[in-house]
Design a binder for this molecule. Structure first.
Ligand code: HAM
Length: 420
């Protein structure tokens, strides 16, 4: 019996790593395109950081323990509280507003199901120190563009935007006391995922107006402005107002949004919004800065890539091309191994991806290894020495090169493919 991995934790075999790198590369590329800079926080934090403000649901899902120094610690379930803590401590060092992104692994003790694991990677993008709606528009545009980079169109996904202020105004108009707002927002957040009657029971007198408002879609000038800001960028078709989106995390204060596949088969791909009070709360009022951000998870995104043929094909192509090596050195005569290794070192120093057999191997098997590794050039060290036989693997063309001129020929081959 082999040891099994823990439920909800993945092994990343080379193919899985290549796919993960494909996702990370696109995340990083588009975040940079929007002027975001990368940062990172620790994976282990004091449990209190999450107890203070993330909300009950996430606290129930914590991977937490007491460390050897008797500290209560938790594997991070999300990045936002860490960000708020770091900003509270370092904000003076940065001109406002500043835009940060991060790619890292997160841990939640959830029931393993489609789209939900116990570890996942997120891209987090946050804007700190800007209260204008322009920042919310920019953030949603970034989220859309990140997904467009994977080849998705408005037919594949939709950003559902909402505004928590819409609901707090709604409660205020109905004289609901402020200490119930958070609890009611959580009920509305869960209403799409639980039976109607259960939500109705929890909402009591408010059930009817809440359901009626959800049905009519709700109206908000701020949300119309947000859509308008995306329209001028040609991105309006990717967004839809849906006041039913409230978000489960407790710290959100204004515009919130979640991204779903259009087919409605998958869990949320990304989610985020404004959290204008979190930094002040976590710094006990020492620093107060408006903030907003979103996180996109790799698990659901990977599923959507698998669902959409064009996105899947683009990933397969990129993964196949990334795993290719440039040159395979075939050692046909063991006496030439030292000469071959001298050249291999020179080629690798030049940045070429070069492989060769570590131990004596039949020539046919070496050529097979060259094909398998996707090499475009094979260099054969054998009876031809002091010449080396170069074989253009895609065209099968062969030529003999004096070993002293090899580097020049290889350089030419890769500038003008096939010229060696
Ligand atoms: P969140 O909605 O909890 O937001 O998570 C963001 C995304 O992470 C989800 O849409 C989902 O794709 C992915 N995700 C979450 N939990 C899991 C899981 N157990 N398995 C697989 N994927 C998962 C946040 O975390 C906020 N901190 C986002 C944010 C950043 N808000 C402001 N800035």
């Amino acid at each position: 019996m082999f040891m099994q991995s823990l439920p909800g934790f993945r092994d990343f075999l080379p193919e899985d790593c290549a796919k993960r790198n494909y996702i990370f590369a696109r995340w990083r590329e588009v975040a940079r395109r929007y002027g975001f800079v990368e940062w990172e926080g620790p994976v282990l934090e004091p449990t209190d950081l999450y107890k203070k403000k993330s909300g009950d649901e996430i606290v129930e899902q914590l991977f937490n323990f007491t460390d050897k120094g008797e500290r209560e610690v938790a594997m991070r379930p999300e990045l936002t509280p860490t960000l708020a803590r770091v900003v509270g401590a370092h904000e003076r060092e940065f001109k406002k507003p500043f835009k940060w992104f991060s790619i890292g692994q997160f841990f939640r003790y959830e029931k393993q199901q489609r789209g939900r694991l116990r570890e996942h990677y997120q891209l987090n993008c946050d804007i700190i120190g800007e209260k204008d709606l322009a920042a919310d528009i920019e953030l949603v545009a970034l989220c859309v563009d990140v997904l467009r980079e994977f080849g998705f169109t408005e037919k594949d996904f939709v950003v559902r935007v909402s505004d928590r202020d819409f609901w707090t105004d709604f409660f205020r108009e109905r004289n609901v006391s402020e200490d119930r707002w958070e609890e009611l927002l959580q009920i509305i957040d869960r209403s799409g995922r639980e039976p109607h009657e259960k939500t109705a029971e929890k909402l009591g007198k408010l059930a009817e107006p809440v359901f009626a408002t959800r049905q009519s879609g709700g109206k908000s000038e701020k949300l119309d402005q947000l859509i308008g800001g995306l329209r001028v960028r040609g991105l309006a078709d990717f967004v839809q107002i849906d006041v039913g989106i409230v978000r489960g995390l407790a710290y959100y204060t204004g515009i919130v949004f979640e991204v779903f596949d259009r087919a409605g088969k998958l869990r949320a791909i990304a989610g985020g919004g404004r959290y204008d009070n979190l930094i002040a709360q976590l710094s006990d009022g020492a620093v107060s800065l408006p903030a907003l951000g979103f996180a996109m998870g790799d698990v659901v995104l990977g599923e959507l890539i698998n669902e959409i043929p064009s996105a899947h094909e683009a990933m397969q192509k990129a993964v196949a091309s990334d795993r290719k090596i440039d040159i395979y050195v075939v050692i046909a005569k063991e006496e030439r191994r030292a000469d071959a290794l001298t050249q291999i070192q020179i080629l690798r120093d030049r940045g070429y991806r070069v492989d060769y057999p570590l131990t004596p191997t039949k020539v046919a098997r070496q050529f097979q290894a060259a094909e398998d590794a996707g090499a475009s050039l094979a260099l054969l060290y054998g009876d031809e020495w002091p010449q080396v036989k170069a074989k253009n693997l895609p065209t099968r063309e062969e030529s003999l090169i004096d070993h002293g001129a090899l580097l020049d020929s290889v350089t030419k081959f890769f500038i003008v493919p096939g010229s060696a």
